[in-house]
Design a protein around this ligand. Structure first.
Ligand SMILES: N[C@@H](CCC(=O)N[C@@H](CS)C(=O)NCC(=O)O)C(=O)O
Length: 204
């Protein structure tokens, strides 16, 4: 399999970590959509990363759709419960983590693509507050095991992967948010997981 993108993108990284956790070998093809429009467009019509080329040559796009496929073929190694209330609960945690990624990316893009006088401070503040609110909700869940267990169930799930990837991204790309300082239990979970090979080998 070929994973297109850069690990600074939390959407790419959550796919890479998931592949590692599932012990699915893949090759990373570095692709920066802002610098390589044509190449990115030839792989993904939305001109975004990640994209995953699977072994039959099909190219999947969007981290959620990619992970949905990986879970479908993973059988017992799936990173989410199959159905019912457990699935809804885990999916809500994943959606909270992905929301934190999206809002952090929103704050970063506002600064990157607007000249300083055109940056809308109230929008940046709103994005940051939404991301922080999502991180705090995840922290409340992590606090139930003092950051020493899992966000859902008794083994690593997509909720842990996406939450930790989101927090590390916020720390690196938006340090002024000071996200880690405000979520001690989630930070503890992140420190633990970031030391594992599945995460370490994808550190941006
Ligand atoms: N919903 C998408 C979001 C992907 C996304 O926004 N990727 C960013 C990198 S962090 C990107 O490619 N941005 C380029 C652009 O939007 O022009 C997913 O989960 O894969």
């Amino acid at each position: 399999m070929k994973l297109y993108g850069r690990y600074l993108s939390p959407f790419v990284r959550r796919v890479a970590v998931s592949l590692n956790v599932m012990q699915q070998p893949f090759e990373q093809v570095v692709l920066a959509p802002f610098d390589e429009w044509e190449k990115a467009q030839s792989i993904n019509p939305v001109v975004r990363i990640p994209a995953l080329e699977i072994d039959n040559g099909e190219v999947l796009i969007d981290s959620g759709a990619i992970l949905d496929h990986l879970d479908e073929v993973a059988g017992p190694n799936s990173l989410l419960p199959r159905s019912g209330q457990p699935r809804r609960e885990a999916m809500k945690l994943v959606a909270t983590a992905v929301g934190a990624m999206e809002k952090t990316v929103g704050a970063v893009y506002e600064g990157r693509f607007h000249s300083p006088e055109k940056i809308e401070a109230s929008w940046v503040e709103r994005c940051e507050n939404q991301a922080l609110s999502a991180f705090k909700a995840l922290d409340t869940v992590a606090a139930k095991t003092n950051g020493e267990g899992w966000l859902f169930g008794d083994k690593i799930s997509q909720a842990d992967i996406s939450a930790v990837v989101a927090l590390t991204f916020a720390k690196l790309a938006r340090p002024q948010m000071k996200a880690s300082d405000q979520v001690p239990s989630l930070s503890k979970l992140a420190s633990r997981l970031e030391q594992t090979e599945a995460f370490k080998s994808t550190m941006p």
